[in-house]
Design a protein around this ligand. Structure first.
Ligand SMILES: CC(C)(COP(=O)(O)OP(=O)(O)OC[C@H]1O[C@@H](n2cnc3c(N)ncnc32)[C@H](O)[C@@H]1OP(=O)(O)O)[C@@H](O)C(=O)NCCC(=O)NCCS
Length: 151
């Protein structure tokens, strides 16, 4: 597996991966990703196995804080460590940019993602009721980052 930084030209690819990874109707389109990738402070990484793109993480930094905006791995490539490797790579980039705290929202019923985030050191920072629609809450999670070691 190779992990590389996202480029603005990756927007169609991100939309395709997102559509393949999320339930119908929940994925964001190419225009949305084009806007997000072009935002100031956008940071993202893409994983590929051979020539096949298999997942990505997209975050946005604002000063010394950041938010994970989107995170997806193709269904047939899951439970092989790709998601965790992507998340770690993204957090490393953010730490290198001086980010001290990373936030994200995850659906309360998304047990898989919650397990991954917990193992990666994210802790609960709040609850957003009905965030994903009536009766579907989001948990707000946060993780502190340390500055990268020098030398
Ligand atoms: C969440 C997601 C990105 C994880 O990708 P992945 O490549 O399968 O993750 P990993 O293989 O690195 O998983 C690392 C660990 O997280 C936990 N985990 C991941 N998926 C899990 C699941 N479905 N059930 C339980 N634990 C899970 C496990 O502890 C796993 O380690 P293990 O396989 O050794 O038990 C992927 O399931 C996905 O794209 N889901 C749909 C989109 C989504 O929910 N994104 C997050 C939005 S907040």
């Amino acid at each position: 597996m190779v992990i590389r930084a996202l480029a603005p030209s990756d927007s169609p690819l991100l939309a395709a991966l997102h559509a393949a990874a999320l339930p119908p109707g929940e994925a964001w389109g190419e225009d949305a990703f084009a806007r997000l990738v072009a935002l100031p402070g956008a940071v993202g990484v893409l994983a590929a196995e051979g020539a096949v793109p298999v997942g990505f993480v997209l975050a946005r930094r604002a000063a010394d804080e950041a938010e994970i905006l989107a995170f997806a791995v193709l269904p047939e490539r899951r439970r092989r460590g790709i998601g965790r490797a992507l998340l770690d790579a993204c957090l490393e980039v953010l730490a290198g940019q001086g980010v001290g705290r990373v936030f994200l929202e995850v659906a309360a019923d998304n047990a898989g993602a919650r397990a991954l985030y917990g193992a990666a050191g994210f802790v609960s920072a709040g609850l957003r009721r009905d965030y994903y629609g009536a009766g579907r809450d989001a948990l707000l999670l946060v993780r502190a980052l340390s500055p990268p070691c020098e030398g």
